[in-house]
Structures are given as structure tokens and as C-alpha cells.
Ligand binder design. Sequence first.
Ligand code: IPM
Ligand code: MG
Length: 356
Amino acid sequence: MTAKILVLPGDGIGPEITAQAEKVLEVLRAKYKFDVEWTHGLLGGAAYDATGEPLPAATLEAARKSDAVLLAAVGGPKYDTAPRDKRPERGLLGIRAGMGLYANLRPAILYPELAAASSLKPELVADLDVLIVRELTGGIYFGQPRGIEVRDGVRVGINTEVYSEPEIERIARTAFDAAQLRGKRLCSVDKANVLESSELWRETVIRVGRDYPDVQLTHQYVDNAAMQLVRAPKQFDVIVTSNLFGDILSDIAAQLTGSIGMLPSASLNERGQGLYEPIHGSAPDIAGKGVANPLAMILSLAMLLRYSLKRGDLADKVQKAVRHVLADGLRTADIARSGEKTVGTLEMGEAVVGRL
Ligand code: IPM
Ligand code: MG
């Protein structure tokens, strides 16, 4: 059966890095006889410009019908003045919610070739392999009420952190399942000393944990977890946390591995469908300059092959090719040491294709 992928290039550096991932797909199709087809859809600012909506109905429809979605990035300063509900980020949140993508897996792996690019000492990050499981369709990102209104003559901004027990239970199971397949250690991150939503979070994770006696469960408050991630990151195997805390902690984890330009992610729903995207944003400051690192995007494609299309064999080939180009010394600016020669987006993409 032909695998059907919906590709969403989005904004900023999105189209540039998408082009490199598509070259990789071409090679898989031509050389490894991989039966795949893909179409493009609009999301984010690009969609708003073309249709007036950051998430056109046609995009969500196409996403639901595809076997998997590959998304680059959305957003840019151009849209700062757009109506709040038309901003590119709302398109991204809309497709996450619309597809029910509650589980966001963000693996932070340090490639030995990039140990010097990490901002931490090599001995602290050598062989780092942490998986952040971020809840993606709940919490303060979606809670009601929200908005900006006038109360007693002053403007107030309002957002609501809300988690139901089934939502917590569902993401906890995803994290425990993942931990069982890895180092069997799970750290749940919350702010249970202050927030009621976190109190329920912790209680629920502990209850779910009784079904996983082989997984060692620990808890950290988010402020401490942020500190521990930069103090001794190798203490972590799997981290499970809420939408907002996961957003913040995954950027920290990314920098530990040398660059946010290296980290892919998978967002999965209950039907096993997935959306795959690099965790970096649209990087408007370098958009159109041909210098963006396409590796997180290419590694996101590898995750798509593995998790949604069950082609671990092809995913292995792509990941190996990335390792090879790093070993060959190719560096985009974000992962280069000062004085080191750098390559652009295109050259990096072509090197991966060459290695395939
Ligand atoms: C991420 C991004 C998004 C998020 C933004 C672009 C809405 O930072 O995927 O981490 O906050 O989820
Ligand atoms: Mg983020």
C-alpha cells in the first residue's frame, strides 16, 4: 500500500528545510523502492496569507486522511499584528488539537560528533539520551477561560491551567510505556507545591505507576527539573510533563545536545497517527538565507518512517546518513565551533542524500 504523507512547509526557514527532507524522500523512493507519495498543504502564516486562516479546513481534512504529517515550522514577526485567533501558532495548536495529538515525544540525544557544540562540559553530556514526553493538547495552552478583558477598569490577561484525570492518565501511560522500552526510569515534572492541577497530576501519575512496577518513578518540581537538566542531565531517562513545562524543558534539553537545530519530535494520537516536526521554530532571523540546519527536519522524517509507517529499516538508514555527515565534519552555523568551516542548508541536505 502506498504511504501517504502530508507535508506542511509553513513559514520562515520551513520551506528551505522541507526541500531537503523531500530530497531524502526521493532517494528512499528511487533507491529503496519505498512506495510513498506526498502532497503539500498550507499551515501557519503561509496559510493565513493565502486563505485568511492559519489552519484551513482543507489542511485538517488532508491531515486526517494521511498516514502521517511532516511539518517544518510556523510563525514570524510579520504576523505579530494579525488578530490573535489568526496567528500562525494558532494554526499549529489547531492541527495538534484537531488531530488529537496528545503525546509529544521529544528525544534529546547527543551525537558524539557534536559534544563540543553543547554549552555544557563534555563529561556532563557524553552519551546523553533523554526523552521528554510532553502533554500536547491540554493544560494552559488550551484551558478556558482565556483572553484579555477589562476587570474593574484595568486590562487583565487570563489563561487557565486545567487537566482532567483521563488526560493525565493517558499521557502517563504513554510515558511509562516509553520508559519500559528504554532505561525504565520515569521522572514526572510538576509544580505540585503550588498548583492544584499539578497536585492532581502527581496523584494520577503515582496511581498509573502501580501498573508499571518495573519502572522507577520519581517526581521533581519544574524549577528544580530545569536546574537538574543543566546540572546533571544524565540522571534522566524519560521525563513526563505538562504542555507548558514540556515546551520550556525541551528547549533546555535541545541546547544540551548542541543545538536546537538537531531535535526532531513526534506527536501521536490515539489512532496511532502522527505529526512530525523539528522542535525549533521558524527562525525568521535566518529565513531565506540558506543557512538553516535541516537535520532536525530530516530526523523528524526518520521518526515518521519509524513510528507511523513502521519502516524502522528506512529510519535507520536516514539516521545513519546523518551520523555520517556529522562524522565527515559537515557543520551548519548553529553546530559549528568558532572558526570552523560551515555549510548551508542545501549542502547539508545534499550530503545526507549522498550518504544514502
Ligand atoms: C514548540 C513551539 C510551539 C509550542 C509554538 C510555536 C506554538 O514552541 O513546538 O515547542 O509552544 O508548542
Ligand atoms: Mg517550544
